[in-house]
Design a protein around this ligand. Structure first.
Ligand SMILES: C[S@@+](CC[C@H](N)C(=O)[O-])C[C@H]1O[C@@H](n2cnc3c(N)ncnc32)[C@H](O)[C@@H]1O
Length: 238
């Protein structure tokens, strides 16, 4: 991080180790939130994946330097791991947006997150005047030609069998965050690159990206996926 120019990062996507599994690399990382602060452009925010337990355990590292803007719930199609007696089947993760506390919220770069797969609204109208004045369905219609402001609960299939990394995030989800909170050409930083999802998503969205990853075999994965995306984008998101 020390080699990144101060003030040069327009958006951060972070998916840090939660320190909640037996995976070798899933270990506490300290100091990254402090190190990020000087790198942030005046309009930059940070989207961080995590469980509520993760955010509670790291409360003192986020606060007071970072303030919460909003959170999104990522709903997966199925839970991870074996059933755990006495617990709900966990099918979600949180993604929380933070701003540096010194930056006022209205200075943060943001475009309305939109979705185009809105559920059609059934339009019911009086058909008539019928002799009993009954109502009848006149079909289905979506508002705004199908585009709606995206909901804070977002459903994306988890990667599971398609994954090349044990905690790989869906590219389309990351791309939605990138497109909604940065501009074309902006520089996105991911301090925990994993399999390179942020790099691929940034590429798809016409942004630049810097990825940092500790383990050499994951670095190789990042390079491979980014190269594949450059050559054949349709292979990456299916
Ligand atoms: C939750 S995974 C990220 C997965 C990624 N979002 C994806 O979609 O592939 C976290 C990653 O952080 C890496 N990591 C762990 N400690 C690190 C450190 N100190 N610096 C950089 N990367 C680290 C791990 O090797 C792991 O690949």
């Amino acid at each position: 991080m020390a080699t990144i120019a101060p003030g040069s990062i327009d958006l951060v996507i972070a998916d840090p180790p939660y320190n909640e599994t037996k995976l070798k690399w899933d270990k506490e990382v300290k100091g990254w939130l402090k190190a990020l602060l000087p790198l942030m452009a005046p309009h930059a925010s940070l989207w961080c994946f995590g469980s509520l337990r993760f955010f509670m355990n790291h409360k003192d590292e986020f606060s007071p330097d970072w303030s919460i803007m909003q959170e999104v719930v990522w709903e997966k199609q199925n839970g991870a791991g074996p059933p755990d007696k006495g617990r709900f089947n966990r099918v979600h993760e949180l993604i929380v947006q933070f701003r540096p506390t010194a930056v006022p919220p209205n200075q943060i770069r943001a475009h309305s997150p939109m979705t185009f797969d809105a559920v059609a609204r059934k339009i019911t109208a009086r058909k008539g005047p019928g002799h009993r004045g009954e109502y009848a369905s006149t079909g289905y219609e979506t508002q705004d030609g199908g585009a709606r402001r995206a909901r804070s609960v977002q459903r994306f299939k988890s990667m599971h069998h398609a994954a090349v990394h044990p905690t790989q995030k869906p590219g389309e989800l990351v791309r939605m965050l990138i497109e909604s909170y940065s501009n074309p050409g902006d520089l996105v930083l991911d301090p925990f690159g994993g399999s390179g999802t942020t790099g691929v998503s940034a590429l798809m969205a016409g942004r630049r990206a810097i990825l940092i990853e500790k383990l050499p075999h994951f670095v190789a994965l990042c390079e491979q996926r980014i190269e594949e995306a450059t050559l054949q984008p349709e292979l990456i998101f299916g």
